[in-house]
Design a protein around this ligand. Sequence first.
Ligand SMILES: [Cu+2]
Length: 260
Amino acid sequence: MTQILQKLGMPAPASAHAPGIDDFIGYVHLLMLILFVGWLGYYLLALVRFRKSASPKADYTGVKSNMSTYLEIGVAVVEAVLLVGFAVPLWARAVEDFPVVKGDPKTDPIEVQIIGQQFKWSGHYAGPDNKWGKQEVASASATNPFGLVADDAAGKDDVVCALGEPFKLPVGRAVICRISSMDVIHSFKIPSMRVTQDAIPGMTIPAHFIPTKTGKYSITCAQLCGSGHSVMRGDFEVVTAAEYEAWYAEKAKSGAGGFE
Ligand SMILES: [Cu+2]
């Protein structure tokens, strides 16, 4: 199913859960295609068969065959299979597989705070000390979207990639994005990872995935959020663990997340 979707323009899947989502999307579209072709065929048949010249008088007897009932039951059964066999297990796995933070920086999931603002995405990591810098609403500004307090010791090594600056993630390790918004409702979408989560002001909502392929990937906004919505994009790169560690250590040196 994944190959067919790629031929139709879907980006290649790059996360552990992506093939399951692709199968589900594919089968739903297949059902819709069958229904579309079936209804169109029936419509054309009705136009020809019940044309005025062939049926000058209305027939009050109606249809005797039970075919339409069987077809309806068939469609309902397929829809039930899609819901119970695909959608529910996918959601259950997303909930059950939520990565656990055990306190070991080498194997723990990578946690990134993500914030959307008109019209950029920003990312924030705790830094090598594994402690988030102090954040407060009063310090937040257009260029300091996470509201990092400049003189906080825990924040000195925080890694911030603000306003669309690309960030990096290691391949094969779980990622938890804690997503919020600074202004209006946005939606954090990584098409290649098959991840979409609304970013809502006043809320922090987690989304998780495991990148399975190195490469450069785009983040887009999937919620109409203003005049710059179409250009609200960000980039990140999935790299090897060694490349990630080197980049992380280097970024951590810029101090206070690079903000004043
Ligand atoms: Cu947006």
